[in-house]
Design a protein around this ligand. Structure first.
Ligand code: ZN
Length: 308
């Protein structure tokens, strides 16, 4: 089973070792920033805790399948209630009560407490009671921004895993493993401010689109002032209006992104603002029956005239 976490090699090694030697701790804190993979790791640990196979988590037994579907009766997730800023003491009391009940289908119960560092002192003390004398076969997984936000008495009873978002190099490497070129990987990561989760979503979801692919190459060619390259990059779209529409949206997005990053350079910013208005001016033509190669020619020449 491949571990679903990006980077964080040391944590992966420890977790795999604990699981394979059947020593999942009864209390765990997973700390890190949003997007570092905390919930992914929490769900992985919970699945391993309920899995009935020898090699945990096997991902195919009934318990694993229920865990993957998010419907396992022995995995309970406590999260912030609507409009609440804290995990409440009532939620923790309910969790405590359930934790002493026998599991339904697995040999173990797992509790994931999201935003655990929003618990006030009363809630944490309530949790502490069950951490001090834990029922057998129960795993408590606390997801937090930082373990230091929790009471020392709570932290001292937990094994802490610290997760960090992957570095740019690690992210590029990962995207290359998924079959993307280094150039595409670096470009999308820059667009998504280095957020690997968003980059994957965008690449897997959108970049299969010829239109969005072309927008990237087209914009680069325009920036180099290379008219022929710009036109070549869109030849595949000339018979596809749907992809051309995606191309135009992606192009506008690329211009806006670059604009946000170059606001301090007045000349570049002015050029980008003009690019944007050229695209917006020509976009309605797509709703007419204009010949697409004519549309691309007009777009290219108008954009390049901005650069002169
Ligand atoms: Zn399993």
């Amino acid at each position: 089973m491949s571990f679903p976490l990006i980077a964080n090699e040391r944590v992966k090694e420890s977790v795999d070792l604990l699981i394979s030697t059947r020593r999942i701790p009864h209390a765990i804190i997973i700390e890190g920033d949003e997007g570092a993979g905390r919930k992914t790791l929490a769900r992985y640990l919970a699945k391993a805790a309920v899995c009935e196979a020898d090699q945990k988590p096997c991902c195919s037994c009934r318990n694993c399948r229920l865990a993957d579907a998010g419907t396992h009766p022995d995995i309970e997730t406590v999260s912030l209630e609507p409009k609440k800023k804290n995990i409440t003491v009532e939620q923790i009391r309910a969790l405590r009560t359930t934790s002493y009940q026998a599991a339904h289908t697995a040999d173990c119960r797992a509790f994931i407490i999201e935003s655990s560092d929003t618990m006030n002192t009363a809630s944490q003390n309530s949790l502490l009671k069950v951490l001090e004398e834990p029922p057998s076969n129960v795993v408590f997984i606390l997801v937090a921004e930082a373990a230091k936000n929790l009471l020392e008495t709570v932290v001292s009873r937990c094994v802490v895993f610290s997760l960090f978002p992957p570095s740019v190099t690690e992210s590029v490497k990962l995207l290359k493993q998924r079959g993307y070129s280094e150039e595409d990987a670096a470009y999308i990561l820059e667009q998504e401010n280095g957020n690997i989760g968003k980059a994957i979503k965008r690449l897997d979801g959108d970049l299969g689109s010829a239109g969005i692919d072309a927008a990237h190459d087209f914009f680069e060619a325009i920036n180099r002032g290379a008219a022929l390259d710009a036109l070549l990059s869109v030849t595949a779209l000339e018979k596809d209006r749907a992809e051309t529409a995606k191309f135009v949206s992606a192009l506008k997005e690329a211009v806006s992104e670059k604009f946000k990053k170059s606001r301090s350079y007045a000349m570049v910013a002015r050029e980008l603002a003009e690019f944007h208005s050229v695209i917006c001016e020509l976009e309605p033509l797509l709703n007419t029956n204009i010949n697409l190669s004519l549309f691309f020619t007009a777009l290219t020449s108008k954009l390049l005239s901005v650069k002169k």
